[in-house]
Write a protein that binds this ligand. Structure first.
Ligand code: CP
Length: 303
């Protein structure tokens, strides 16, 4: 069934994913009508900072012929600062636009928004919950390098709080030959509910603290320790810098491996890695534009 809102990666079946990937290919090769969304308006409501998600969504809408309305730092400059509830904000904003893209610090906020919205809502990150459109662009990027779905992916870093991990895993679960190696400190391990989900779908995964396991991976998906989710700085400092991809780690990686990162990075990939041909995180970020154009085109497609 066609999706109305995009809240969780778990909503996507393989057919819908592949439809979006095919559309992305067409958009990238400019075989797509760029005025497809002429007359449509997107509202972006970002209660947390963003560079890539917000600007790529806004650019995607403009490139498809649509328009964008926004509030600068919604937590501070929307009427949320006066105490307005998210529900009321959505009830109002949905009458000004045709689609709402929302990032919020609370897990579940996008799902709440979708219940109060008459127009499609897209989750652009809900606290430590999910970031489904990031997962779509990540998987698209992986498939652009591996013409087969039988790769091993090492997910590294803050797997507890990293919402991109929470969304990428359910998408990978559609591909039975994919193997996942979770690499994190025990305290930042992937959530139990996610591991249960993967077990139910018979996804092959293992957990380790040993960074050297990246040598077994075709895809190294590095993540930032999510400072904003820590209650005290001392805990954060304990893990900050635990897993760093630098020149010395490059030596262990497979020659055809790729290094990905949803970005922003802090210190977990050093700049010397950027010029290595296996580093594809900027290509990954660039694909955010095309996949989000495809996601918008999909949502508004009447066929
Ligand atoms: N990957 C990602 O979500 O980046 P931003 O926080 O800059 O949007």
């Amino acid at each position: 069934m066609k999706l109305r809102h995009i809240i969780s990666a778990r909503q996507f079946d393989k057919k819908t994913l592949e439809q979006i990937f095919n559309l992305t290919d067409k958009i990238k090769s400019q075989k797509y009508n760029n005025n497809h969304l002429s007359g449509k308006i997107m509202a972006t409501l970002f209660y947390e900072p963003s560079t890539r998600t917000r600007l790529s969504f806004e650019s995607a809408m403009l490139r498809l012929g649509g328009k964008v309305i926004t509030t600068e730092n919604a937590a501070e400059f929307s009427s949320a600062a006066k105490g307005e509830t998210l529900e009321d904000t959505i009830r109002v904003v949905n009458s000004y636009c045709d689609v709402i893209v929302i990032r919020h610090f609370n897990e579940g906020a996008s799902e709440v928004a979708s219940r109060y919205s008459k127009v499609p809502v897209i989750n652009a990150g809900d606290g430590k919950g999910e970031h489904p459109t990031q997962a779509i662009l990540d998987l698209y990027t992986i498939f652009s390098r591996f013409n087969r779905a039988d790769f091993t992916i090492a997910m590294v870093g803050d797997l507890k709080n990293g919402r991109t991990i929470h969304s990428l895993c359910p998408l990978l679960a559609h591909y039975p030959k994919v193997k996942i190696i979770f690499i994190s400190p025990k305290a930042l391990a992937a959530p139990k509910s996610l591991k249960e989900y993967l077990k139910q779908r018979r996804v092959h995964f293992e957990e380790t603290e040993n960074f050297k396991k990246v040598e077994l991976a075709d895809v190294i998906y590095q993540t930032r320790i999510q400072k904003e989710r820590f209650k005290n700085t001392r805990d954060y400092q304990k893990y900050f810098g635990k897993y760093i991809i630098d020149g010395s780690i490059l030596k262990y990686l497979r020659s055809k491996a790729v290094i990905m990162h949803p970005l922003p990075r802090v210190n977990e990939i050093t700049q010397e890695v950027d010029s290595d041909r296996r580093a594809i995180y900027f290509e990954e970020a660039a694909n955010g534009l095309y996949t989000r154009m495809a996601i918008l085109a999909y949502l508004f497609d009447k066929s």
